[in-house]
Design a binder for this molecule. Structure first.
Ligand SMILES: Nc1nc2c(c(=O)[nH]1)N[C@H]1C(S)=C(S)[C@@H](COP(=O)(O)OP(=O)(O)OC[C@H]3O[C@@H](n4cnc5c(=O)[nH]c(N)nc54)[C@H](O)[C@@H]3O)O[C@H]1N2
Ligand SMILES: Nc1nc2c(c(=O)[nH]1)N[C@H]1C(S)=C(S)[C@@H](COP(=O)(O)OP(=O)(O)OC[C@H]3O[C@@H](n4cnc5c(=O)[nH]c(N)nc54)[C@H](O)[C@@H]3O)O[C@H]1N2
Ligand code: SF4
Ligand SMILES: [Mo]
Length: 715
């Protein structure tokens, strides 16, 4: 029997795990009470790490498609075929004819994060996509323009705040996002226990709202209006107190002028909140000794995701809550990947080019994935004809996934670095499966930088990888090296192959803010030091870090960047124009459930058994008006398609709004997920319209899709 201490890699919470093994078997997975960040917390998904490891459907050997069969091949042939396939398409149609999509599990893998950048660069294509543009793209754009780096994302100091205002996030279920806070529900309860206040703004009375002092239902997509009204109250009633940051903040006057145009009465009808409610919300937020406003996917994946995300930071700034204890703060991680951008000219890496067909803006070298289908289907120079995915399932996770599903079937070449044959990878010609997560070492390069406390933890692999297995970084480095021209790149590839992630991690830790430097045994952090502290190292509560940590060229905060200010006209035209449509459509939003992780954990029996979770939630009044009853199968028709799903009535829903989880829609021909196929559900993204994006950032606007819900058989 052996015990292994490890960080869970399934979501952003970074829970510490104690994994007990006997030989090659996991016998127990529990929370690590001595982990300095999670202190023993885990959720029901953690135990599924062993199920993924032993899942007979998990692909363990490279496979090539021969007609409609899959044939097992060796790694040498697999890498040859990958390189030849990519080169064949690029030689015939140009470099941009290869598109790449990098999915969510990539950020949860040390090896993948260290090697994916070079891998994408070696593809030399402008058609780079990722899950960022169906998720947190607005947060990066706002961070970049306001604070100078896409990863300078303000994190609520949840353990010290007296007032937490949550918009469009459900941390009690998601366990926190852009706020690594294991046991988020407990941390929220603790705010109230110490006399603080928690306010939730969400079209559904969520599990988080149930823990809060107040819940305000809001019409999907209208958060930017609410935030402007809150700012109006704060300016009009002279409650603004930007404090210490005033000395290095620009744009506060612009913000004031803008906000004064949005008194609560002007936006009450559009948002569904009363003017009184907005006034007290603003006053409470301004009056609290310490307060933080926080928003997540509900405000990010909507038509005004850029504006809403910016305005949340603006609200924090105006009330002196930025870089202040108990407000929103900026972690100081032991490996600070934000350093990489320091020497650049300070110009935001945004909209330097646009997508070929629709002209959506580039961000950090990527295009919005809402444009992917049209890039594959529209003929002409630059048309996408080949595809590479790394840990992504865009057929289920991107808008109008049905169209993408059809488009992928026509590709000349598609190679997937993934270990499941799912709705997306079934279209591949070649599958390169990486090792299982328990066979990898781990250090969280991203989420330590988004956590509510500074800690550092290294996890050695639990199991040796199987002889014939390859890590993600080995697969990517092999392809990168082969695609590279010139001896320098090849030498670099060969050296990286020898050193692997450990060497790079050790170097980064030593050079980091707590680092031991390059002396072999100096005090401070190094890989060796982390190995000697297997529960993790506590680096303390978040510390004020501005202006030193700012990455804007002028080292100032930009409270009102021009691109956001200019977008206000679109907001007004859409929501407050004379012709604002009084539609009888219902507005569709998403939801997450505790035992699920996006699209890919439905093959785990212990997580999917029990009650069907892929149901459409609707307020009873809306059901009565349509003659629908609880449990009935209903048809949901959106901009691009129709799905049939069981109805679940819930007075937690705001009338006029319906909710459906994403990531379902399994059992399609050619997939090989036996458990998931028995719990199919339907894909929300078969009705979400890829034309609905936040025009400013290009992020998909899943929230607020207008739908018709009808009884089966009705027309
Ligand atoms: N159990 C579980 N945990 C997860 C995941 C999972 O799939 N399952 N996924 C992980 C991932 S990838 C992410 S990004 C995070 C996301 O973390 P969260 O953002 O906390 O996740 P959600 O539960 O989707 O919360 C979004 C909330 O926004 C609300 N909402 C929808 N539209 C609007 C709107 O227009 N305005 C407002 N104000 N609210 C709106 C929804 O009702 C919902 O309650 O969760 C992570 N954690
Ligand atoms: N309508 C709607 N759509 C949404 C959302 C929503 O709330 N509503 N949420 C969005 C959000 S926040 C996100 S993050 C995206 C997620 O979108 P994606 O990242 O595209 O989807 P996932 O479901 O995370 O798919 C993960 C894929 O990675 C594979 N995989 C799992 N582990 C590993 C690994 O260790 N290595 C490799 N190489 N592959 C692995 C799985 O087999 C699967 O194919 O979905 C988005 N889509
Ligand atoms: S909350 Fe997230 S990190 Fe923690 S155990 Fe669950 S899946 Fe793992
Ligand atoms: Mo996400």
């Amino acid at each position: 029997m052996r015990q292994h201490l490890r960080t869970c890699t399934l979501c952003e919470a970074m829970c510490g795990l104690v994994i007990t093994t006997e030989g090659d078997r996991v016998t127990e997975i529990r929370g690590d009470a001595d982990d300095p960040l999670s202190k023993g917390h885990i959720c029901p998904k953690a135990v599924a790490l062993q199920d993924i490891h032993t899942d007979p459907d998990r692909i363990r050997h490279p496979m090539k498609r021969v007609g409609d069969r899959w044939e097992r091949i060796g790694w040498k042939e697999a890498i040859d075929l990958a390189v030849e396939g990519i080169q064949r398409v690029q030689r015939a149609h140009g470099n941009d004819a290869i598109a790449a999509y990098v999915g969510n599990p990539t950020v949860h893998s040390l090896g993948a994060m260290l090697f994916v950048g070079d891998f994408l660069r070696a593809l030399r294509t402008k058609n780079r996509f990722s899950a960022t543009s169906v998720d947190q793209l607005p947060a990066h754009v706002a961070a970049m323009f306001m604070f100078g780096h896409a990863l300078l994302i303000p994190i609520p100091d949840i353990d010290r705040t007296d007032h937490l205002l949550i918009l469009g996030a459900n941390p009690a279920v998601s366990n926190g996002s852009l706020m690594t806070a294991p046991g988020a529900a407990e941390r929220i309860k603790a705010i109230r226990a110490r006399g603080g206040r928690v306010v939730v703004v969400d079209p559904r009375r969520t599990e988080t709202a149930a823990l809060a002092d107040a819940h305000h239902a809001i019409r999907p997509g209208s958060d930017a209006l609410l935030l402007l009204a809150l700012l109006q109250v704060i300016f009009a009633e002279s409650l603004a107190r930007p404090g210490r940051l005033t000395a290095f903040t620009d744009g506060l006057d612009t913000l004031r002028e803008l906000a004064l145009r949005f008194p609560p009465e002007r936006v009450a009808a559009a948002t569904g909140l009363s003017a009184d409610a907005m006034r007290s919300m603003a006053r409470d937020f301004a009056a609290a000794p310490r307060a933080a406003a926080y928003g997540r996917v509900g405000v990010s994946m909507q038509e005004f995701g850029g504006l809403a995300t910016w305005l949340i930071s603006a609200l924090n700034l105006v009330c002196g809550r930025v870089d202040a204890e108990g407000g929103v703060m900026f972690p100081t991680p032991a490996v600070d990947i934000r350093r990489a951008d320091q020497k650049r000219d300070g110009r935001p890496r945004f909209a330097r080019w646009t997508s070929r067909v629709r002209g959506l803006p580039e961000f950090a070298g990527e295009l919005p994935v809402a444009a992917l289908s049209e890039e594959i289907e529209s003929p002409g120079p630059g048309q996408v004809r080949g595809f590479v995915t790394h840990g992504g399932n865009p057929v289920l996770s991107t808008p109008d996934g049905g169209r993408l599903d059809r488009a992928l079937a026509g590709l000349e070449f598609y190679v997937a670095i993934d270990f499941y044959l799912n709705e997306t990878t079934r279209h591949a010609h070649l599958i390169l499966p990486p090792s299982s997560p328990l066979e990898r070492e781990h250090y969280d390069l991203i989420f330590h930088g988004l956590a509510v406390r500074d800690t550092a933890k290294y996890s050695p692999p639990v199991f040796d990888k199987a002889d014939d297995a390859r890590h993600e970084w080995e697969i990517m480095n092999a392809i990168t090296t082969r695609l590279s021209t010139g001896w320098r790149a090849r030498l670099r590839g060969a050296l990286r192959d020898l050193g692997g992630p450990s060497w790079m991690l050790d170097y980064a830790l030593r050079r980091g803010p707590y680092g031991a430097g390059l002396r072999p045994r100096g005090p401070g952090l190094s890989l060796r030091a982390l190995k000697e502290a297997p529960h993790g190292v506590d680096l303390g509560a978040l510390k004020p870090s501005f202006p030193a940590a700012l990455r804007t060229k002028d080292r100032r905060i930009h409270a009102a960047p021009a691109i956001f200010v200019a977008d206000i006209a679109r907001l007004e035209a859409t929501w407050l124009g004379a012709a604002a449509p009084a539609s009888d459509a219902l507005l569709l939003i998403g939801r997450r459930t505790l035992r699920s992780s996006n699209s890919w954990m439905h093959n785990v029996e212990r997580l999917v058994r029990g009650k069907d979770r892929c149901t459409l939630l609707m307020h009873p009044h809306d059901a009565t008006a349509r003659g629908l009853h609880d449990g009935a199968a209903v048809r949901v028709t959106g901009g691009v398609g129709t799905i049939t799903v069981p109805l679940e009535l819930s007075s937690d829903m705001m009338p006029g709004v319906v909710s459906l989880p994403h990531g379902w829609g399994h059992g399609r021909p050619g997939t090989a997920l036996r458990v998931a196929a028995a719990h199919r559900g339907v894909s929300i993204n078969d009705v979400t319209d890829a034309r609905r994006v936040d025009a400013l950032t290009g992020n998909a606007a899943f929230s607020g899709e207008p739908v018709r819900v009808t009884a089966i058989g009705a027309r």
